[in-house]
Design a protein around this ligand. Sequence first.
Ligand SMILES: O=C(O)CCC(=O)C(=O)O
Ligand SMILES: [Fe+2]
Length: 275
Amino acid sequence: MFWITNIKTDSNWLSKSLEGLRKDGYAILEGVLEKDFLEQTEEAMYKVQKKIIQDISLDRLERAGELGVLRIMARYDSFFLKYLEIREMLEIVDHTVSSTAVLHLQNGFILPSFPVEKTPLIFQNIFHMDFPRYLNGYLASINVFFAISPFTKENGATLFVPGSHQKLERPSEDYIQSNTQYAECNSGSLFLFDSTLYHAAGKNISGKDRLSINHQFTRSFFKQQIDYVRALETDVILSQEPRTQQLLGWYTRVPTNLKDYYQSPEERLYRKGQG
Ligand SMILES: O=C(O)CCC(=O)C(=O)O
Ligand SMILES: [Fe+2]
């Protein structure tokens, strides 16, 4: 069974995706993002890419051995915080890592095209888990990956191994080779997966960039990869929806002094029930 459905035509999209996630470690939902939102995203991603290159330099980015990864995009353009308001994504988060979950990371990808057989082998395109810990089947982390470009075999649609999630051992290379699937889908789709699922970027040989945005959400007591509360301006965080603040880690801050520690419950930096 290939778990793919369209939220516009399937009123059972949520239960189906949760079933896919549990049984095979993934589900694909089409029809989540509208055309104008996709266009805004594309424009904003290229602008952020320029700013990151200015900030960090191409040389340093190349030395990091990544392919078109845009980290902390929201620091360069708060437009990307709008993703944290997408209803379908929030419903999925609520039903998996809970309504108190935090954003572990939000990364954009402008995956470049290479001539056939010329794609460098790096972390992104070697099979891996994004949450490399097996906790006796406990679901600690999920990924929500948006296809901003259509995802095709030619442009490097994410590859994944169905059923490889929540396993103590890495599957053999033979098993990976013979069971790999492509997350082929229309632009505006969401590829949901258990972060212990083995996956990798495909090879883009289409001649055009493949754009996408990955989100990883964890239970609130895992450390974020990026401390978004410190990465973003406080004003920007305070002007967000309470749920966005929650996801950014506003209610899971760690006190540094006794005044903060002894705050009244509603003013505390770390709120009760963050489990
Ligand atoms: O770009 C993709 O399709 C996957 C990238 C990935 O898995 C990662 O960067 O962790
Ligand atoms: Fe990954």
